[in-house]
Design a protein around this ligand. Structure first.
Ligand code: UD1
Length: 416
């Protein structure tokens, strides 16, 4: 297993280009299951999770060619089962469930099971499919769903769920009648997916609000579409500039998706100038402490909670960071404390008292965003940080060490 070695204390400067969003690319790729024929998707990021979903789709008989621009054809689906081996490495594999049932009338998908950041069940995906007339059984760790044709239904999600909304929105495109999703998730990735589905001929209104209406159609046709820029990667680079007191231009991003973070970074004292598709961020010496609470979009993203905690660990006061989306998403805390951070966990909050200097240390990545936060802490720390289990970061950040090196960071990957 590779490791990342970081010599901290370098100020980042220059320009960095943002890749396509992992969390948009994953449902967009599985949406290809809804149609026979060659779709063309642009701006597909080069990530471990994308390799996993491609492997999964290939195991279903989907053909594909290309990388950043990917042509993909589910004209001949030969298998409706997503095996445990593929699903266990990536929860988002559940995103094949809705499209497969809608198009093929059946699907068998391994339950994702527990994962590092909490139980993360898929009960809401299953309940919604049942409400659309699917017969769903749980057998030997698999969800089996069958329906001759799904029926439109009014579905209320009692928790805002991103992949749940995506799964059911995809399923509803081919259902008989109209489906109304209430308390739907509002993330930009959902709007991106809805645009792709509309390009395929689906009838969808309201994506981006908490009520989405999908009028089912008999069939969809292939389309050409682009994946939006990754807002979590963007946010991570904004924080990287702040934590190193740097001056960075983040280009090819969409600042309008990052209001919640930008407000907090400005409150912390960072200077931020946002254009249409770029953001210049300048450090302010020691940042001020700010309190943060994660929420579904447009609130502060849980996927940036660990990263802003790294910034707060170096700030000039006391910050309370509250996680409301996932239980058990503070695994980075004990690793950051090994680097000298002063953090106490109280229930769902982390009380972070900024310290003048973090110190480099050997640390271990426990999940994707936790690894990003440890890299950030390493960039700010005095001395050397060695991050192990780097495969977590490769799931969601395209060539992070190359992008950071180009900005002047001293970071290198060593094969394990
Ligand atoms: C997606 C993102 C992930 C992000 C998360 C929250 C993808 C591929 N992943 O994950 O990066 O951290 O949104 O922004 O887009 N829940 C249930 N039952 C369900 C479904 C969810 O109880 O059937 C709960 C979860 O346990 C969690 C909350 O709802 O507490 C939100 O989870 P959800 O929005 O579904 O997260 P994901 O879609 O898995």
């Amino acid at each position: 297993m590779d490791k990342m070695v970081i010599e901290g204390g370098k100020r980042l400067a220059g320009e960095v280009r943002i890749s396509g969003a992992k969390n948009a690319a994953l449902p967009i790729l599985t949406s290809a299951l809804l149609v026979a024929g060659w779709n063309t998707f642009h701006n597909i990021p080069d990530l471990l999770d994308i390799k996993t979903v491609k492997k999964l789709l290939k195991s279903l008989g989907v053909e594909m060619e290309g990388e950043e621009t990917l042509r993909i054809n589910a004209g001949a689906i030969t298998n409706c089962e997503a095996s445990y081996d593929l699903v266990r490495t990536m929860r988002a594999s559940i995103l094949v469930l809705g499209p497969l049932v809608a198009r093929m009338g059946e699907a068998r998908v391994s339950l994702p099971g527990g994962c590092a950041i909490g139980a993360r069940p898929v009960n809401l995906h299953i309940k919604a499919l049942e409400e659309m007339g699917a017969e769903v059984t749980l057998k030997e760790g698999y969800v089996e769903a069958k329906a001759r044709r799904l029926k439109g239904a009014e579905i209320y999600f009692d928790i805002s769920t991103v992949t749940g909304t995506e799964n059911i929105m995809m399923a509803a495109t081919l259902a008989e009648g109209t489906t109304v999703l209430k308390n739907a998730a509002r993330e930009p990735e959902i709007v991106n997916l809805a645009d792709v589905l509309s390009g395929m001929g689906a009838r969808i209104t309201g994506a981006g609000s908490d009520v989405i209406v999908i009028e089912g159609v008999e069939r969809l046709h292939p389309c050409e579409a682009s994946v939006l820029p990754d807002r979590i990667e963007t946010g991570t680079f904004l924080i990287a500039a702040g934590i190193t007191d740097g001056d960075v231009r983040v280009v090819g991003c969409d600042p309008s998706h990052l209001d919640a973070l930008i407000v907090k970074l400005r409150d912390a004292g960072l200077r931020i100038d946002a254009g249409r598709d770029c953001i210049r961020v300048r450090g302010c010496g020691v940042p001020r402490s700010v309190d943060v609470k994660t929420l579904p979009y447009p609130g502060f993203p849980t996927d940036l909670q660990a990263q802003i905690m790294a910034l707060m660990a170096t700030a000039g006061g006391l910050s309370v960071i509250t996680e409301t989306v996932f239980e058990n998403r503070f695994m980075h805390v004990s690793e950051m404390m090994r680097m000298g951070a002063d953090i106490v966990i109280q229930g769902t909050s982390a009380i972070v008292r900024g310290v003048p200097r973090l110190r480099g240390a050997p640390v271990m990545a426990t999940d994707l965003r936790a690894s990003a936060s440890l890299i950030l802490a390493g960039l700010a720390a005095e001395g050397q940080t060695v991050l192990s289990r780097v495969y977590h970061i490769d799931r969601g950040y395209q060539q992070i060490e190359k992008k950071l090196s180009a900005l002047g960071a001293d970071i290198r990957r060593i094969p394990g």
